[in-house]
Design a binder for this molecule. Structure first.
Ligand code: FCB
Length: 450
């Protein structure tokens, strides 16, 4: 048996987000969010489900933290619901909301678990959506207000901050594909939303530096390979475009202070209305960060299609791909390629893997066990490749499994389970899955036995 040993001090953790786990949506003065509203519209979410109860974390956070501790977690990534802190999106602070997160943070620290806090994981206060949501340039200032309160109130204890989670999804799935809140279908609006998110990100980073609170700040991007389905030139071009759409449009403003020119030209040629890129705003966006969060699930193959405006491509799996219950292929070598690219092409000096995991229809056996070997295999492949990547000189400081436990998986509702802990949504009972037991061993050994 060989041993795969991670560098000393490597941080192992798990991740969640507020709307996906908390429930308690009407409690302690929380304001409505765009996800509450989106879920209330029939047809948006599988089986008409919503996050009203979710994993009931709002009431069970103590028990949840105790379980994380038993599992050996060194760190926990969660997000703060903007509408618990500022029910109207801005203005009056809701002290009960502050108290909830303050208690959670204290509980984590007492358990020896370091909090990694995401400010925006998609649950915008509905009151701000009523003012145009992220298409409104003023939203950047509102985000600063929210970020400032969180940094001021929690920054004595929280030393790891993530401004935005997957701005690509928040903008393009929310405002263009309509598969997420607020459920619009307007490509230009999505581009504008993404731009204002980045201005907001920049303002918060600047405030954080000036606050003198100390600690680290970064952003979590879903960067994943887009490969041509065939060698046909139109598929090769389509893959480059897909990469520009998903990856380069998001990493380049952050690392290089500019948007990719080929995509600007392409969007313009298609009649997409682009924001007026301002020099000072591009400078704000590209302030140095302490780490880049990588959310990695899988690469996809891309095929040219003239039917899709404006992107002109579709995603198609290669025949015989091994896939999960969402039809996502398992592509761990793509994970390595992306981390290397982040370092080599964009000069990222510190990567935090802020999400990695997979969804399967888990089954609880008669003796209350969940033998999720396919998930375990997925995680093992990715952790092995992560180790290789570190050995090859890429600096990665932490790894977070998505997710700690099963939760409300957006438009897929409760049917798509990503947890390494099973949640019975009828009783709220938690059962550590086989992958969860295995992960605890990885943490304990700071590596793997192979
Ligand atoms: C990511 C999201 C996260 C979760 C996983 C499966 O895109 O950041 O909230 O839904 O996918």
């Amino acid at each position: 048996m060989g041993k795969i040993q991670f560098p000393e001090g490597f941080i192992w953790g798990c991740a969640t987000s507020s709307y996906q786990i908390e429930g308690g949506v009407h409690e302690d003065g929380r304001g409505e969010t765009i996800w509450d509203r989106y879920c209330s519209i029939p047809g948006n979410v599988a089986n008409g489900e919503n996050g009203d109860v979710a994993s009931d974390h709002f009431h069970r956070y103590r028990e949840d933290v105790a379980l994380m501790k038993r599992m050996g977690m060194k760190a926990y990534r969660f997000s703060i619901a903007w509408s618990r802190i500022l029910p109207a999106g801005y203005g009056e602070v809701n002290e009960k909301g502050i108290q909830f997160y303050s208690n959670l943070i204290d509980e984590l620290l007492a358990a020896g678990i370091e909090p990694y806090v995401t400010l925006y994981h998609w649950d915008l206060p509905q009151a701000l959506q009523d003012r145009g949501g992220w298409t409104n340039p003023q939203m950047a200032e509102y985000f600063l207000e929210f970020g400032r309160i969180c940094i001021d109130r929690f920054g004595d204890r929280v030393k790891k901050w993530i401004t935005l989670n997957e701005p690509y999804c928040a903008a393009f799935l929310g405002y263009y594909e309509g598969r997420q809140a607020p459920g619009y279908h307007d490509f230009s609006a999505a581009v504008s939303a993404a731009y204002h998110m980045y201005v907001g990100h920049g303002l918060v980073v600047k405030y954080f530096r000036e606050s003198g609170k100390g600690g680290e700040i970064g952003i979590a991007l879903n960067l994943m390979g887009r490969l041509p389905f065939s060698e046909k030139p139109e598929d090769v071009e389509a893959a480059k475009r897909a990469d520009g759409y998903l990856n380069r449009w998001f990493i380049e403003p952050i690392m290089l202070g500019k948007y990719p020119q080929d995509m600007i030209d392409f969007y313009t040629s298609q009649g997409v209305v682009l924001p007026k890129f301002q020099k000072e705003e591009l400078e704000l966006m590209s302030q140095p960060l302490d780490f880049i969060g990588l959310n990695y699930y899988n690469d996809f193959h891309v095929k040219y299609s003239e039917k899709v405006w404006p992107l002109q491509f579709v995603i198609e799996n290669l025949p015989h791909s091994v896939v999960n219950d969402r039809n996502w292929p398992v592509t761990e070598m793509g994970f390595k390629r992306m981390m290397k690219r982040m370092k080599e092409e964009y000069g990222v000096g510190n990567i935090v893997v802020t999400e990695n995991g997979t969804s399967f229809h888990d089954v609880v056996s008669g003796n209350y066990e969940v033998k999720d070997y396919a998930r375990l295999d997925y995680l093992e492949r990715h952790i092995r490749v992560l180790h290789e990547t570190i050995e090859e000189g890429v600096n990665v400081s932490a790894y977070f499994v998505w997710s700690f436990y099963d939760n409300f998986e957006w438009s897929f509702g409760y049917n798509s389970r990503f947890g390494i802990v099973y949640v019975d949504f009828k009783t709220q009972e938690r059962i550590v899955k086989e992958s969860g037991h295995w992960y605890s061993q990885v943490i304990e050994r700071n590596g793997l036995e192979v």
